[in-house]
Design a protein around this ligand. Structure first.
Ligand code: ADP
Length: 320
């Protein structure tokens, strides 16, 4: 393989730049030519490609977001859109594509591979919801952002004897809520994977905590559970504790990637380029037990990642 392309797609995640950088540097090391595709699959459809050299990715490893921009591309989900993307690859002589993104982007990579352009996926999403992979690029940085923000909320909740109800990202996945909830010492953690009982999981726990002398509370709620304003109001009505809702929102997607995310991105990207070089396609890179490995994208998309109920129980035991 002599010419490849790299793109970032779907929701952005801190560390995507470190991954792009390592794809470019590895490809050049292996004497390949490499193009950066602008705005995800749209860039392939519209032939927006930048030739990348060593210096194109200078000063990007520490930056959040993605220098290649990202996009959601409804057109790529049509046969006509894919055909345009394939035509761009043929015209430019691109023999393989590294796709940095989440599940949606991997579905696109699977389709592009099926149309004759070999693809390899690298999991980057702050939700950590890629089933075949223990940890995704961006998750660690987002978790650190959340705990920084919630630590600030804790200061003011403590001063006023308040309850802080904090919504963190995760529409379908409660990983970010669970691990940050543990890290900030939340009284309760609400996730989409586990049904909660308002009385038992919130009110009773707050009363028990108050009876032992603590009068401020943090409730971490995953986005998928939602309704934090209503929840805060209800908590205040039932417990008499002044309660405030905070939605952290898109701040969680930004910021300079952590050491862990920069390392994960660099390792995965290097591995991905070597996979293409070896002639492998329709693969997604993953990390398990600190080891890099790869799975067939189609199989990876069908895998399930069970929610860690042991961790959830542990969080409950120490949240008093
Ligand atoms: P993420 O990669 O973060 O999960 P999206 O779900 O928005 O983000 O997907 C990013 C892009 O991948 C979409 O805009 C689309 O172009 C492509 N894509 C998503 N789902 C599919 C699908 N089922 N089939 C083909 N392509 C898809």
């Amino acid at each position: 393989m002599k010419k490849i392309a790299v793109l970032t797609s779907g929701g952005d995640a801190p560390g995507m730049n470190a991954a792009v950088r390592a794809v470019v540097r590895t490809a050049l090391h292996e004497n390949m030519e490499v193009y950066g595709v602008v705005r995800g699959y749209n860039g392939l459809i519209n032939d927006e490609l930048i030739p990348m050299d060593l210096r194109t990715v200078s000063d990007t490893i520490h930056r959040g977001g993605t220098v290649l921009f990202t996009a959601r591309s409804p057109e790529f989900r049509t046969e006509e859109g894919i055909q345009k993307a394939v035509a761009t690859c043929h015209r430019r002589g691109i023999e393989g594509v590294v796709v940095i993104g989440g599940d949606g982007s991997f579905r696109g990579a699977r389709d592009l591979t099926a149309h004759g352009i070999p693809c390899v996926g690298i999991p980057a999403t702050i939700d950590n919801d890629i089933s075949c992979c223990e940890e995704t690029i961006g998750y660690d940085t987002a978790a650190n952002t959340v705990i920084n923000m919630v630590d600030k909320l804790r200061d003011t909740s403590q001063s006023h004897d308040r309850c802080s109800v904090v919504e963190v990202m995760g529409r379908h996945a409660g990983w970010l809520a669970l691990t940050t909830g543990i890290a900030v010492g939340a009284t309760s953690i609400l996730v989409p994977e586990v049904e909660f009982d308002f009385q038992k999981d919130i009110v009773d726990k707050m009363k028990l905590t108050a009876a032992t002398g603590k009068h401020h509370f943090i409730i971490v709620v995953a986005e998928g559970v939602g309704h934090v304003d209503e929840l805060a109001k209800k908590i205040e009505e039932v417990t008499g504790v002044e309660s405030r809702a905070t939605v952290l929102g898109h701040v969680q997607r930004g910021g300079s990637p952590s050491s862990r995310d920069r390392n994960l991105a660099s390792h995965m990207a290097n591995y991905a380029v070597h996979l293409l070089e070896e002639g492998k396609s329709n693969r997604v890179v993953a990390i398990r037990n600190n080891k890099l490995l790869d799975f067939d994208i189609t199989e990876a998309l069908e895998m399930k990642k069970p929610f860690d109920m042991d961790m959830y129980r542990m969080a409950n035991e120490i949240s008093i």
